[in-house]
Design a binder for this molecule. Structure first.
Ligand SMILES: [Zn+2]
Length: 311
């Protein structure tokens, strides 16, 4: 039993405007319960949900400009203010300077260093393993750029889950349902969000830290695609309902957070400077609510909960 960190890219707290904010349109019973009201709406401070605490979290890292994924994710997974470190926000894929931070430390590495078991739940495609083999032979790949999570998992020496794990129910694809893979010609069985949630909980039962990353919210935010954004939020909600049912909240801590706003305002196609929610459910949630104010507080708070033996 331990911590399940569900990272949702581009999930900010926006205006109560049905024309631009899909959180007001989507059917989200689970997130609504966790957020103590409609999720994706602006508030500041700490809010109480049914069995959760939600902290509004500053994603700007004190650096001018729009917050971006590479710096935001590096901050979340390491606790280092990556944007201040390199002097600006970095989009999408980590630069060598950010890769060096992720190489040096991350929650994966720290949890492994505590003698406990961290894992990344996302499944990778065969093309990734070809890149990985090339990397291990010292080749420089030109056609693949790893994400912050991939670099952190790699640096911690953890095993990457593959499509065999996915078929066996030991991994979840980034879109939760496998539709993304199927539409690109991979032979996979579609998975209902509830089944993916049950599988996520089953994997987590043998781990001390499980991380799952979902980024279609950010993609649909960039496209200003309301229909897909609403569908993706509803998929997340169904996944979360089953995940929560499968966790032991007397002993587990579920934390949901994001690197920056985006999908909560479909009137613009860029990220936003909005606050993001950090939702904490289960054992240790009070510590998360007490300690998290910006993205750099998340990793230390999670490690604090683990070190205290709270989960
Ligand atoms: Zn983005």
């Amino acid at each position: 039993m331990g911590i399940f960190l569900f990272f949702i890219d581009g999930f900010g707290l926006g205006e109560a405007d049905q024309r631009s904010n899909p959180f007001l349109v989507a059917r989200l019973p689970v997130l609504t319960g966790l957020c103590g009201g409609t999720p994706g709406l602006r508030f500041s401070g700490v809010r109480q949900g049914g069995q959760s605490l939600v902290v509004s979290t500053d994603a700007t890292l004190g650096v001018p400009g729009l917050p971006q994924s590479a710096t935001g994710q590096t901050a979340i997974f390491t606790g280092v203010n990556a944007a201040t470190h390199v002097g600006h926000h970095v989009n999408a894929h980590p630069t060598p300077a950010l890769a060096a931070i992720l190489q040096g430390e991350s929650i994966f590495k720290r949890v492994a260093g505590m003698g406990r078991r961290p894992t990344f739940l996302n499944a990778y495609r065969p093309e990734f393993f070809t890149w990985l083999e090339g990397l291990r032979r010292g080749e420089r790949a030109r056609n693949y750029r790893p994400s912050a999570t991939t670099l952190a998992v790699l640096a911690a020496g953890l095993r990457f889950r593959d499509l065999t794990d996915l078929a066996a129910g030991r991994a979840v694809y980034h879109d939760i349902t496998n539709d993304w893979l199927e539409s690109r010609g991979y032979v996979v069985t579609p998975v209902e969000p509830e089944e993916a949630g049950r599988r996520a909980a089953a994997v987590h039962a043998e781990q001390d830290l499980t991380v799952f990353e979902y980024f279609l919210t950010d993609l649909f935010g960039h496209r200003g695609d309301t229909v897909s954004a609403v569908a993706s939020l509803e998929t997340i909600d169904r996944f979360l309902g089953a995940l929560l049912a499968g966790l032991n909240l007397g002993r587990d801590l579920l934390v949901i957070t994001s690197d920056h706003g985006n999908v909560e305002d479909l009137s613009i196609l860029t990220h936003t400077t909005n606050l993001v929610p950090t939702i904490a459910v289960g054992r240790g949630r009070e510590r998360i609510a007490r300690e998290v104010r910006d993205l750099t507080d998340i990793a230390p708070a999670l490690l604090g909960v683990l070190a205290e033996g709270m989960v």
